[in-house]
Design a protein around this ligand. Structure first.
Ligand code: HEM
Length: 167
């Protein structure tokens, strides 16, 4: 039981924390979209999915090829890159833009198949209720003026700090 709890904490803790940091950064960068979500909480699910598309916390998902596929030999380890896939201009219009109302942001950030993430619903709940609680307590939350710390990390990626101001 302790082992299961450890796996879930390890797999779910850092990913969710990083995804929340990027989510909040994206919303604070787009105050009009944040206002729309504040007025219509039912839009928050799409806003969360869009943040995961544009800025997934896990940038590398490894796979082993069971058979030869084109130039990839059987047995080779392949690094799938959800961050790059989420910004594929062939799949998403204007992919670098954060658009909380994008019709189909996809769900690549959670991986796929037999070992796809089992924590998607829990993560979405945390995002939904966390954002609502934060906005209730700090209704005037906005970005602090000055430099914006960039996202950091190659495998796990998100802003490490997010300077804000309470009005
Ligand atoms: C925004 C939050 C999260 C993201 C972006 C995320 C992303 C991922 C990704 C990309 C994988 C690998 C999937 C694959 O190989 O196809 C994974 C696996 C996993 N995740 Fe999450 N995750 C999140 C939250 C959570 C939470 C909250 C939990 C549980 C409390 C969780 C538990 C797991 C577990 C146990 C695995 C391993 C599944 C397996 O190997 O069969 N994750 N996650």
């Amino acid at each position: 039981m302790t082992g299961v709890a450890g796996v879930l904490l390890g797999a779910g803790g850092d990913t969710t924390a990083r995804a929340l940091a990027s989510y909040l950064a994206n919303l604070l960068d787009h105050p009009a979209q944040l206002e729309a979500i504040r007025a219509r909480p039912d839009l928050a699910g799409g806003a969360w999915a869009e943040s995961l598309r544009r800025d997934p916390p896990l940038q590398v998902v490894p796979r082993r090829a069971l058979e030869t596929v084109g130039p990839i030999p059987a047995g080779a380890t392949v690094a799938c890159l959800p961050g790059a896939a989420g910004r594929d201009p062939g799949r998403f219009a204007d992919p670098d833009r954060y658009d909380a109302f994008r019709a189909d942001p996809g769900d690549l950030a959670y991986g796929a198949g037999r070992h796809g993430c089992p924590g998607t619903s829990l993560a979405a709940l945390v995002a939904h209720h966390g954002l609502r609680a934060l906005l209730d307590v700090l209704p005037g939350l906005c970005r602090a003026p000055g430099d914006r710390p960039p996202a950091q990390g190659l495998i796990s990626r998100s802003p490490r700090t997010l300077p804000v101001r309470f009005r």
